[in-house]
Design a protein around this ligand. Structure first.
Ligand SMILES: O=C[C@H](O)[C@H](O)[C@H](O)COP(=O)(O)O
Length: 262
């Protein structure tokens, strides 16, 4: 493919490209999962190959691990790294407090463990991911396969008692079979429409037997790099609000852009 990327892919690309500049020699870096994080991994691979950047990456999924190795990034496990300087990852939604919904690609468990073990979490997202209130994107909840229907029923009952708007939890499928996470679990997607109190919901969900983790990331993200389809990028910091607005030079990135599109 040599054609133009869509505006949404350009937005993801510029967010990833700007965030790649956060990575410095010697760092231990959490590498997120998803289409936006894949741009980041490729940008970092290019910096390793062409600029001699030296860092070690901790991938948040087998997909990311494969891509990272492919582009020349040194991959280590979280236990080898022990603690990370930074994690850079995508998101399905972010709000004004930089709280997130993640897990659209099913990697929320490893993503949350890795982000929580990092000094800093930077989210990369196209502007379409910004919301006033979380919840339009179905909230992924990772559950163990044993008794998953009982867990589903328990979640639905609890949502009713919490007076949450949408209440149905659907099992994520991969073709005809249930989707399996890297940890061998299933995902229930909660169709809530609007999450009035994400902090409370995150706590309640994680107290249920059968629930392994939920896709609400509360007080974990420090900075969001927002990409626009015309090449603009904005950095939003949890304490200081917008701290940078810039425009990325597409011409300079043409090679990578074409490589990525191919
Ligand atoms: O499980 C997947 C992750 O949480 C992704 O980071 C999230 O779904 C965003 O993915 P994308 O960048 O493809 O929109």
């Amino acid at each position: 493919m040599t054609g133009e990327l869509s505006p949404i892919d350009k937005a993801k690309f510029v967010a990833a490209k700007r965030a790649a500049d956060f990575v410095e020699d010697g760092m231990r870096v959490g590498l997120g999962t998803g289409s936006t994080a894949a741009w980041l991994v490729r940008c970092l691979g290019e910096m390793v190959r062409e600029e001699g950047l030296k860092f070690r990456g901790v991938p948040t999924s087998t997909r990311t691990a494969e891509l990272a190795r492919e582009v020349g990034i040194e991959v280590i496990s979280l236990d080898e790294a022990k603690w990370l300087d930074i994690t850079i990852d995508g998101a399905d939604e972010f709000d004004g407090d930089l709280n997130l919904i993640k897990g659209g690609g099913g990697a929320l468990l490893q993503e949350k463990i890795v982000a929580t073990a990092s000094d800093q979490m930077v989210v990369i997202a196209d502007v379409g991911k910004e919301v006033e209130t979380l919840g339009a994107f179905p909230l992924p909840v990772e559950v163990i396969p044993f008794g998953w229907q009982t867990t589903q029923a328990l979640i639905e009952e609890t949502l009713i008692s919490m007076d949450v708007l949408g209440r149905n939890a659907t099992l994520r499928m991969n073709g005809d079979a249930p989707f399996m996470t890297d940890e061998g679990n299933h995902i229930l997607d909660l169709h809530l429409q609007r999450i009035g109190n994400p902090r409370q919901l995150a706590l309640v969900l994680n107290q249920m037997p059968g629930v392994v983790e939920n896709g609400l990331f509360i007080d974990i993200c420090d900075t969001v790099v927002i990409g626009y389809g015309d090449g603009r990028v904005e950095l939003r910091d949890i304490n200081e609000g917008t701290i940078e607005q810039d425009r990325l030079d597409f011409v300079e990135s043409d090679n990578l852009f074409t490589d990525l599109a191919d």
